[in-house]
Ligand binder design. Structure first.
Ligand SMILES: [Fe+2]
Ligand SMILES: [Fe+2]
Length: 364
């Protein structure tokens, strides 16, 4: 796929009209952005989120009387996260030609691995599952392999934006329950500071993941609006949580999660889709569908690298441009702190296809 091809493999692309960025140039800019963001992310991860699944929590103090439904939920969280090696290896393979993205996936994988271990500890220290049961459960889970939900890098990137946000939301709602703040009367009054700390710590990681993938999706949206919007449309049309088809007791898990007020279709619409849309400058699902439809009515030049004007009405490109610029300011500051700017600074390059303020595309 184009987005994972190095620039020297892009020579057979249609000719680019003068003044517009070629796909090779766009791919190079996106790669530089990912690389800078990845370096910034890693430094920050080590400085602020360097926790340990065993030593950062007082496991012996975990509540031994949690209701069985919460154990079902914790067990489900563990089941999803323990596919971390599958998630990581598949994604690394997909983006292996990109330094910024493939190295990031290793760092990301090391964080997801901690989530799996922390949730497994929570299952064990709840006192409600024996080590033999856990071993058998793990064995059943590991007999299945998680595979990429989409064949190409851009769809998987967009999928991950929504998935990380959904996961963060699940953990934040678990934290609320463990703090005694559930909105469900039957779960109010449960207090488990250890569980609350675990859920909160992992939710902070998931927020960082969401932000990384969001910044990446914004760069794609800025340089490749049409294919990114289509990917967003396709992903939300068939979104489900990872490993839903692999986990033997998934149905019980998802119903329990729903009844506990942790996550359901309404939460996806309101707290996942709409939040991500806002962050991507998309007004609503309806406006997204409408925009894509209108874009298709405008004659294209046989799949060439031509920006149609309709695509720019589908989202707030000014907002996205501002966000991509801000990302580059962050990267520039980081690189100055190290001294990278003395050699090869990452700089923001405007996409000339973006319409100017008076509504005219620069090269139309
Ligand atoms: Fe995770
Ligand atoms: Fe994550």
């Amino acid at each position: 796929m184009a987005e994972v091809m190095p620039p020297n493999m892009l020579n057979d692309r249609p000719r680019t009209p003068a003044g517009l960025l070629s796909n090779a140039e766009k791919d190079r800019l996106i790669e530089r952005g990912f690389l800078g963001l990845y370096r910034w992310y890693t430094a920050r991860s080590q400085e602020t989120r360097n926790w340990n699944a065993d030593r950062s929590f007082d496991w012996r103090s975990m509540n031994q009387n949690l209701p069985p439904e919460l154990i079902t939920v914790i067990q489900g969280f563990f089941a999803v996260e323990q596919y971390a090696p599958d998630f990581t290896s598949s994604l690394i393979h997909l983006v292996r030609r990109s330094h910024g993205r493939s190295h990031f996936q290793m760092r990301w994988g090391s964080e997801e691995e901690k989530h799996a271990d922390a949730w497994e500890n929570a299952v064990l220290f709840s006192g409600q599952r024996s080590p033999a049961w856990i071993e058998d459960y793990k064995h059943r889970l590991k007999s299945q392999t998680w595979e990429l939900p989409f064949p190409d890098a851009i769809h998987n990137l967009v999928y991950t934006v929504f998935q990380e946000r959904a996961t963060q939301l699940n953990y934040l709602n678990m934290m609320k329950i463990a703090q005694g703040k559930s909105e469900k009367p039957h779960l109010r009054g449960i207090v488990d500071p250890v569980l609350a700390k675990v859920a909160q710590t992992i939710a902070v990681d998931e927020a960082a993941h969401y932000n990384f993938f969001l910044e990446g999706a914004r760069m794609y949206l800025y340089y490749y609006p049409e294919r990114t919007l289509e990917a967003i449309r396709n992903v939300i049309g068939m979104f489900s949580m990872p490993a839903a088809t692999l986990i033997p007791d998934w149905r019980e898990f998802s119903e329990t999660v729903y009844r506990a007020g942790i996550y359901g279709p309404r939460d996806f619409n309101r707290d996942v889709m709409q939040v991500a849309f806002r962050n991507l400058g998309i007004e609503s699902r309806k406006s997204l569908e409408e925009g894509i439809r209108k874009t298709r009515e405008v004659p294209d030049f046989e799949g060439g690298n031509f920006a149609t004007t309709a695509i720019w009405d589908t989202f707030d490109y000014g907002q996205v441009e501002g966000d991509v610029k801000r990302l580059h300011v962050k990267i520039e500051e980081y690189e100055k702190g190290i001294g990278f700017d003395l050699y090869d600074p990452t700089t923001f390059i405007e996409n000339p296809a973006v319409p100017k303020k008076d509504g005219q595309a620069a090269d139309d």
